[in-house]
Design a protein around this ligand. Structure first.
Ligand code: IMP
Length: 523
């Protein structure tokens, strides 16, 4: 008769094995056996659930000196990150890297907007001058869907506040050529700059006014609180803020040409916290010189260098003074670099090798490109990166630049590679290419490394980022780690285990054998 083991010894027995089930990260990533791996080529084996998902900490290092409450970063691309995206990424605990396919002044203005942002306050209100006509105000109302425009002497912000034109002021005026200065409400309640959101909201409640203009020390109108937004004001407990100024953290990208030094000076004046030196192949003398110059000129500014996919590339940038590294070449969803340049590396392998090397120097890494779902984020973090950068995942959100349009019954937004012909052809006022990410922007024949396309509407990042956050917490719970820090430690100790996925295993892991289905990811 077969002799079975005593079930009471099952744990003792499984612990007696020299190796746990599955593979260590090193074994998984042995490229001599399997070649380069992407996120879809492997899985993480489950551990033991011993705590609720809600206690999982997702704190992560962005650079040597900056730690974020979430590992999410938005790409410096002109269809992904401008001020609105950067504001919400920072409010939700991540950070946005403002794109640089625009003039230095435009980019610095975007950084300034993020740094000046105060939750609940409208810092960029639409204002009119007293000479605007009622017709203009009515057209604006129709276009924007709201009225309540402050009237300033110069028609700008900041400017001396003269009154407010509300829907009621406009409603009964029949002469559309009348000037708003003659119909505006001048009996105003205002508050001084520095008023808190709670105090401001109290004033709105008491006075029953729709808008509360905020005035600075020079008597100029600078921002506004709105009654309609009162109920919508959300709390952002994870927000990424500067420890002293309490302003939101903001990143921005620059290239590696001489003109980028002047650009960066403007960005730093606007309050920049971290610069991303944006190059598809980061191991260049241009980038090394730029890093050295930045360190000498702005020693406080944190630098994320890249992009790299090998230890050798990483070593150059680390030695030059990088405070963080960005990993990825050819893995982006809009990217044709590997096809055109023959250069690049499968992203899982690149993240693992570069992170392992950089972590020995205490340099955090960011996995950039190819992130399509929460599983990919988790895998990038398990392979050693401490943050992840997303382009395509965020391009369809409300906060991404650009208008929605309809095609084939779907609501879409444009998403394009910064190395697409479209993006490279964009020039500044002097007719020069605005960026130098691919070293081809100023060539007579442009060699594209990206494409231009469209992505489906994703709604607001206000819902999407919390979905990613909660998803990651649940993933950590399944693996049995209470924080991303523990995750990385346990991977190094070989306690978190991996499994290689064959092509059929990947099919099995996807949806299969259904006649039809609807894939709703969150609610
Ligand atoms: P995604 O998140 O997969 O859409 O990839 C975004 C990343 O692709 C960016 O952060 C860049 O590193 C990279 N990228 C942006 N534009 C291009 C391009 O035109 N060609 C190749 N890579 C690009």
């Amino acid at each position: 008769m077969t002799q079975y083991r005593d079930p009471a010894t099952a744990l003792q027995y499984v612990n007696s094995f020299e190796e746990k089930d599955g593979l260590s990260a090193d074994q998984l990533m042995d490229s001599k056996i399997r070649g380069g791996l992407t996120y879809n080529d492997f899985l993480i084996l489950p551990g033991k659930i011993e705590f609720p998902a809600s206690v999982v900490q997702l704190k992560s290092r962005l650079t040597k000196k900056i730690t974020l409450n979430t590992p999410f970063v938005s790409s410096p691309m002109d269809t992904v990150t401008e001020s609105e995206m950067a504001i919400y990424m920072a409010l939700l605990g991540g950070i946005g890297i403002i794109q640089h396919n625009c003039s230095p002044d435009e980019q610095a203005d975007m950084v300034r907007k993020v740094k000046k942002y105060e939750n609940g306050f409208i810092n960029d209100p639409v204002v009119l001058g007293p000479d605007a006509t009622v017709h203009e105000a009515k057209v604006l109302k129709q276009k924007l869907g709201f009225a309540g425009y402050p009237i300033t002497e110069n028609g700008k912000v900041p400017g001396k506040l003269l009154g407010i034109v509300t829907s009621r002021d406009l409603q009964f005026v029949e002469d559309d050529s009348a000037l708003v200065g003659s119909v505006m409400t001048t009996n105003l309640i205002t508050a001084k700059k520095g008023v808190t959101l709670i105090e401001g909201n109290e004033i709105l409640k008491k006075t029953k006014k729709g808008k509360l203009p905020i005035i600075d020390d020079n008597g100029n109108f600078v921002s506004m609180l709105s009654r309609t937004d009162l109920m919508k004001n959300e709390n952002y407990p994870l927000a990424s803020k500067h420890p002293v100024t309490k302003q939101l953290l903001c990143g921005a990208a620059i290239g590696t040409i001489e003109a980028d030094k002047e650009r960066l000076t403007k960005l730093v004046e606007a309050g920049l916290d971290v610069v991303v030196v944006d190059s598809s192949q980061g191991n260049s003398v241009f980038q090394l010189n730029m890093i050295k110059w930045i360190k000498e000129t702005f020693p406080e500014l944190q630098i994320i260098a890249g992009n790299v996919v090998t230890k050798e590339q990483a070593a150059s940038l680390i030695q030059a003074g990088a405070d963080g590294l960005r990993i990825g070449m050819g893995s982006g969803s809009i990217c044709i670099t590997q096809e055109v340049m023959a250069c690049g590396r499968p992203q899982g392998t690149a993240v693992y090798n570069v992170s392992k090397f950089a972590n020995e120097f205490g340099i955090p890494t960011m996995a950039d490109g190819g992130i399509q779902n929460i599983g990919h984020i988790m895998k990038a973090l398990a392979l050693g990166s401490s943050t992840i950068m997303m382009g395509g995942m965020l391009a369809g959100t409300t906060e991404a630049p650009g208008e929605y349009f309809f095609r084939d019954g779907k609501r879409l937004k444009t998403y394009r590679g910064m190395g697409s012909i479209d993006a490279m052809q964009k020039t500044d006022v002097k007719g020069n290419a605005a960026t130098s990410r691919y070293f081809s922007e100023s060539d007579k024949v442009l060699v594209a490394q990206g494409v231009s396309g469209a992505v489906v509407d994703k709604g607001s990042v206000n819902k999407f980022i919390p979905y990613l956050y909660n998803g990651l917490q649940h993933s950590c719970q399944d693996i049995g780690v209470k924080s991303l820090e523990t995750l990385r430690e346990e991977v190094v100790k070989k306690n978190v285990r991996f499994e290689f996925r064959t092509a059929s295993a990947q099919m099995e892991g996807g949806i299969n054998n259904l006649h039809s289905f609807e894939k709703r990811l969150y609610d």
